[in-house]
Ligand binder design. Structure first.
Ligand code: SAM
Length: 256
């Protein structure tokens, strides 16, 4: 049977219009890489958050994403997290940013990160147990929870699974998202709600491709109405005064 087409071959064409590395998040990731000399970036996409001063191996299943990598990034090797095309202990650090929620077998992919990394694994993603912290999910798109297995949404379940797959102890740090975050991921526009009304912004965020179209249309229409009549601003005056916000984004460091 032919291998299924990678998801990002279908949804990745508009990625770089909305997604680029945010320098503050990039600095936090670079600091977590420690004294590494080599890094495998798994689910490397278009090259965001790849350190320019280290030897990088980029692994990415989608040709559409590999094809959008800028010339100043190393070419990406075709491959998937579940079977990395690398030897045991091939690199100092295995890195995965905003990727593991897409892996077909997440546990196998995490084990692979551990296998190829001599020193440590650094993983950046949202803890699914925190999804309801973010107003967009809580108030407009609760259907997003259906995209995550119920057990993984239990408090502590995400960290426990990471520890089981990567080996402990783990360090898990919140990454507060700046109000003007340059990387347009799902939670990035927490203080710029009108951005979610823009189809080009939504196009660069997988959630909006994976949820049923009628759910997205209903949420967007309701958000537009709440922005228009001021009820969103009245409910979120605290956010409008904040510089950074915890939308559940976490840096996980295992080993090292
Ligand atoms: C949201 S993008 C993140 C890309 C990049 N790391 C970044 O931060 O911009 C998710 C990436 O994970 C990749 N991906 C999906 N399934 C994968 C798998 N099984 N193994 C490795 N990467 C995968 C997608 O093709 C896509 O490039």
């Amino acid at each position: 049977m032919a291998a299924p087409r990678p998801l990002y071959d279908a949804i990745g064409a508009g990625y770089t219009a909305g997604r680029r590395e945010d320098p503050r998040i990039a600095a936090a990731i670079r600091a977590a890489l420690g004294g590494a000399g080599s890094v495998a970036n798994v689910g490397a996409g278009t090259g965001s958050y790849e350190p320019r001063d280290l030897h990088v191996v980029a692994v990415e299943p989608s040709a559409v994403m590999r094809g959008q990598r800028p010339r100043d990034r190393v070419p990406a090797v075709r491959g998937a997290a579940e079977a990395l095309p690398l030897d045991d202990d091939a690199v100092d650090v295995a890195l995965a940013v905003h990727s593991d929620h897409h892996w077909r077998d997440r546990h196998a992919g995490l084990r692979e990160l551990r296998r190829v990394a001599r020193d440590r694994v650094v993983l950046v993603n949202v803890d699914p147990g925190t999804h309801l912290r973010f107003w967009l999910t809580r108030e407009y798109l609760p259907g997003l929870l259906d995209l995550v297995p119920a057990w993984l949404r239990e408090p502590g379940a995400w960290a426990a699974e990471l520890e089981a797959a990567l080996g402990g102890p783990l360090e898990i740090r919140p990454i507060p998202v700046p109000h003007d975050c340059a990387d347009g991921f799902y939670g990035a526009y927490w203080r710029r709600p009108a951005a979610y009304l823009d189809p080009a912004v939504r196009d660069a965020i997988s959630v909006f491709h994976l949820l049923p179209g009628d759910q997205v249309a209903e949420a967007v229409a309701r958000l537009a109405a709440d922005l228009e009549d001021g009820s969103w601003a009245a409910r979120h005056a605290d956010l409008l005064a904040a510089e950074a916000h915890d939308v559940g984004l976490r840096m996980v460091i295992a080993g090292g």
